[in-house]
Design a binder for this molecule. Sequence first.
Ligand code: 15L
Length: 261
Amino acid sequence: MTAILITGAAGFLGQHLAQHFADKAERLVLSDIKPLPEEPAGAERVQADLGDKQAVLEMAREVDAILHFGGLPVEYPFEEILHANLRGSYHVFEAARASGARVIFASSNHAIGYYERSQRLDVADPPMPDGFYGLSKAYVELLARTYWMKHGVESASLRIGSALPEPRDARNLSTWFALPDMMAMIEACLAAQPLGCRLLWGASANSRGWWGRDDRDGLDLPPFDDAERFAAALEAKVTDDPVNERYQGGSFASDGYDRAE
Ligand code: 15L
């Protein structure tokens, strides 16, 4: 494969990505604001803030792909989201423009978290973010489209549900993204000629899934897993919060919710 930069490489998914691509990439650059783990050996390491434009431009020099998993992974106050997720992602797309790299962006289901669980979504349905974090994901999906239209920067935004080794509760029966499925989707996006600008549901083929059509036509994907085999153990694992249970975003949707109804 090619030269790959992973942002957020010290995070849970970033570490899985680093291990997965260690022997597949010709060159692997790992970046995070936090100290980076010593594994895998042989990778280049850059401890930097995505808010530092020069640092991001420098770490992305001569890479072919950026797996952009950096930034804040859950809800935070607006100013912190602004710095890490909005400004940081702008720097990543500027770096991709400068180096000619394609971007695989870890978007999130929280870009559409205020759709009700009874609804079935097409990727073309308008975003319905459930907080500042979800808003930042919707913004970067649009940033990706602008950089494609204006500068020809190729990208895939993966609206990740719940990327976990195994589903943990009833909601995850709909949102689970098995880690091997995530790796397969990223590999397919790295291999696609052309990739263009795609928006994809980052979820396994869950029988109880909420998400339908997306931009995966032409991607070489294997059959995906299904969380259904965990249903007997998990379907009673629900919360006692009606707002959480009503919306696809779950606890992110109920966090700070103070509507009257
Ligand atoms: C996310 O976007 C978070 O990063 C992750 O921690 C999970 O909460 C996930 O969404 C989810 O909705 O399950």
